[in-house]
Design a binder for this molecule. Structure first.
Ligand SMILES: [Zn+2]
Length: 348
């Protein structure tokens, strides 16, 4: 029996030495020390021995078993250390190498520009008002002095919503003025910015574009206030304090008088040519850029929302946000705003 134990021990130790993986060690553990393993068999057979033999053989068996247990644990830890060595060799990191900056996205140029506009007008005391992109005819036209069959409706080729009566994608941000005035008493000082929709599509017109709308209503509001606000606004937006504005009479149904607003070209500063004498392409050498529409709020519009048009006057303006961005950053096609080409987007 003793020699059986000795031979099991040397077998086990040899096999253990040769083992190359944790799985092999585990197999050996089961084979020798498991419930049905070799040593348990020996323990079971002790009962057939004399008391004397039981004592000596039992003791030897127990000692050998614990010796093997220790050897197995040692082997496990050796294998583990070896595995760490492999990892350390394969996956070592040189902490002195400069890191690679993870690329992080950022807000779109248009969204950032809209934030800038909010700041510029916020400083002048204008609050931001919002309205829905899908608008009722009532707000988009009727209340803005453009009743049904009014010829001015043809000025804007509108997307009407199919199967919904008198609902359209808003063709301007002006309906927000109406919604705001219906809910608030004067004085009013708001801007509204957002998407507008018309059936247009070329280099400078897109079926979806962004507008900023402004409205100021109070007692004694005049064109002088309008000019001051717009001039300051354009100087801030184009970061050019030399910018001047001029008004040309025009027609919009919801203002009287109505005006086109021009500003001096921020590229050539109204000179029509650059400092080195090269003709300015942006303003086609005229020194002025058409930038939007404005006017004094039509008394009818004020009356439509229940304001006393004898007591209150106001101005309103609507500018294309995309166009201002194109001018400021000299972008030549609207398409670039919407294609999401990273080569373009990451420049801003
Ligand atoms: Zn110019």
């Amino acid at each position: 029996m003793k020699s059986r134990i000795e031979s099991l021990k040397s077998q086990a130790l040899t096999a253990l030495k040769a083992a190359k993986s944790e799985a092999e060690v585990r197999d050996l553990e089961v084979k020798y020390l498991g419930r049905n393993g070799a040593f348990n068999e020996i323990m079971k057979s002790l009962k057939d021995l004399s008391d004397d033999e039981k004592r000596t053989v039992g003791k030897l068996a127990n000692e050998t078993k614990s010796e093997l247990e220790t050897a197995i644990l040692k082997k496990y830890s050796e294998l583990e250390m070896a595995a760490f060595d492999v990892i350390a060799e394969k996956e070592w990191i040189d902490v002195t190498v400069p890191g690679v900056k993870p690329s992080v996205g950022h807000r779109h140029l248009i969204s950032k520009f809209i934030d800038d506009l909010e700041v510029v007008f916020g400083r002048m005391g204008f609050a931001v008002a919002e309205g829905p992109d899908i608008e009722q005819e009532h707000y988009n036209f009727n209340q803005l002095n453009m009743p049904e069959d009014h010829p001015s409706r043809d000025m804007q080729d509108t997307f009407w919503v199919k199967n919904l009566k008198r609902v359209a994608l808003r063709s301007q941000t002006s309906p927000v003025q109406i919604r705001y005035m219906e809910a608030h008493e004067p004085p009013v000082r708001i801007i509204s910015m957002g998407k507008t929709f018309r059936r247009d599509n070329d280099a400078t017109h897109s079926p979806m574009f962004h507008q900023i709308e402004g409205l100021m209503v109070d007692t004694d509001i005049s064109i002088a206030n309008l000019k001051a606000v717009l001039t300051h606004f354009l100087q801030q937006v184009f970061e050019d304090p030399s910018i001047k504005t001029r008004f040309r009479t025009s027609y919009f149904p919801f203002v009287e008088p109505g005006m086109e607003v021009d500003c001096t070209c921020p590229i050539c500063h109204g000179e029509g040519k650059l400092s080195d004498g090269v003709p300015c392409k942006l303003c086609k050498q005229c020194g002025w850029l058409e930038i939007g529409g404005a006017g004094m709020v039509h008394p009818k519009v004020l009356e439509n929302v229940g304001y006393d048009s004898k007591k209150y006057t106001g101005f309103a303006f609507g500018f294309g946000i995309d166009r201002m961005i194109m001018i400021k950053y000299r972008i030549n096609h609207l398409r670039l705003f919407f294609e999401n080409d990273l080569r373009f987007i990451t420049q801003f």
